[in-house]
Design a protein around this ligand. Sequence first.
Ligand code: SF4
Length: 442
Amino acid sequence: MSNSGIAGQQKIGVVSLGCPKALVDSEQFLTQLRAEGYEISGSYNDADLVIVNTCGFIDSAVQESLDAIGEALSENGKVIVTGCLGAKGDIVQQTHPKVLAVTGPHATDEVVKAVHDYLPKPHDPFIDLIPPQGIKLTPKHYAYLKISEGCNHRCTFCIIPSMRGDLVSRPVHDVLKEAESLARAGVKELLVISQDTSAYGVDVKYKTGFYNGRPVKTRMTELAEELGKLGIWVRLHYVYPYPSVDEVIPLMAEGKILPYLDVPFQHASPRILKAMKRPGDSEKVLQRVQKWRAICPDLAIRSTFITGFPGETEEDFQMLLDFLDEAQLDRVGCFTYSPVEGATANALPDHVPAELAEERKARFMEKQAEISARRLAAKVGKTLEVLIDEVDEEGAIGRTYADAPEIDGLVYLNGETALQVGDKIQATIVESDEYDLWAERS
Ligand code: SF4
């Protein structure tokens, strides 16, 4: 359970599951509840009510969410459920009829209303208990900045648009105000997230907003440029591979935002990409990657892929391996295809047996491990800025610009016990393996 509690009355426990977007939802309703005077409890026993923020993306996440609800019910008894699983029919009520209320994702107002219904608002809200940046569930030296909700794409393996709806961009001044207040509160790294970061502003026709008296378009490039002025690390996630992505690369080359791009390619076979309803031309993608690297040689590219998508032949899979060889990506995640209830891909013919999908994933990861090891070995001898995430009796652990928290690699600084979490230091890389680096302070 997340814990940011203090002693007092009307305490709420929170179990936050799922992706960073769900985490931001939790932060938003917790901020609101704290503003009203509720306290946040770190244990089931101490809480008067528990909110479970669920994930419904794949079957294992559904099960994990249902288990978490069951645990909260048996440990506490008063449970409100929110998040993606809440949007998937009445599975929650059917499995756990005792839950008090169920909402879908991104439903701050509904969650807060349900809390009011079952645990009336405290009489004397201490609004000034809230730090101006709201409550963050991530360590305070980095924070997720959600810029939009929903998605206009209809990738056939994904049910997010049916759960979260079409793209709705947050007003640009709101996003920038939040970012500024996070930076002022000591956050050293902002992770920009959404379902589709490059589509930011499409729904409002890239409307011009105003921030600190200046006009700023509701658009990824302009947003990135403004965020770059905060003087902290800015990292872009979930960037759909549109041609317009080219525009942010110069900002990376100029050091305004981190030279890091998380761009899910999903596959490389044109046939499979078409069946996935993703942009279908991997040749063009390769050219684009080369162009990006020509402008910004330090660019670190992270991507995700799916093996075993319905209809994937050995030939399609080989194209994927060849793509990896050509693209030389820095960080790669791989999932085996699993049918998600409600996804249109379920109706496609020629489903790939699960063992074969797993076997392809293993071959894929083996190839990427070699690529990653080579790319990391090329960093040995370089001096890079490292943001410290953790310090213990053995030393410090941090990350460079090429590594996002939780999903990418680490930099180990053995013996550096005097550093503090959130410090940014210069360090020279002395050793590497397939995923991580070892460094000495310069
Ligand atoms: S772009 Fe992402 S969120 Fe949108 S439909 Fe495709 S996979 Fe789902």
